[in-house]
Design a protein around this ligand. Structure first.
Ligand SMILES: [Zn+2]
Length: 178
């Protein structure tokens, strides 16, 4: 992966900000893994942002769908924790995924179809990335258990827990059992 080590990344930033070179973005958005050992940044605005409903990303990230921010590699840097990053080739897509070796947070998804881009989970960033996630990929692979804005009500006796009242599902279950 064409990532820049911590030291080089910092040097690049130092060199870029005081000079008048037009390449450098004035703003960066910083992301970090759950344990904080890996810190990365992208130049803002990102290229795009998208929701990935594919089964491959559901499994790799342990979620109903993953929201990614896509950035050109040249606008992406690892600031800290390069040695903590583990990578694997996803047999489902042929792309490469990386994650923090200590806490397991997914970090970068490199897709075969767009090798000039890196895709970083939106959730890693604390500040705005300059793009709203308006695009949905692989929607047909979305699981039937994903939350899709169904009406919710407070669950009695469990403060903070909302639930979806069973409707047709109940009858279906009944039919399956008998
Ligand atoms: Zn970590």
């Amino acid at each position: 992966m064409a990532v820049i080590c911590c030291e080089t990344g910092l040097l690049m930033r130092k060199a870029a900000s005081p000079s008048k070179k037009p390449k450098a973005s004035a703003t960066q958005s910083i992301g970090r893994c759950a344990c904080g050992k890996v810190v990365l940044e992208i130049d803002v605005p990102a290229r795009w942002a998208w929701h990935d409903h594919s089964a491959a990303s559901q499994r790799a990230q342990g979620c109903a769908y993953a929201t990614f921010v896509g950035s050109y590699r040249s606008r992406f840097r690892i600031l800290k924790g390069q040695d903590n990053i583990r990578r694997f080739k996803d047999p489902a897509t042929g792309g490469t995924r990386s994650f923090c070796g200590d806490c397991g947070t997914p970090l970068v998804y490199e897709r075969l179809r767009a090798p000039e881009m890196v895709n970083i989970p939106r959730a890693l960033f604390e500040t705005r990335t300059g793009r709203e996630p308006r695009y949905h990929l692989s929607l047909k692979e979305a699981p039937d258990w994903a939350y899709r804005g169904e009406q919710l009500a407070p669950l009695k006796g469990f403060p903070g827990v909302m639930w979806e009242r069973p409707k047709r599902k109940k009858r279906k279950l009944f039919d399956e059992e008998f």
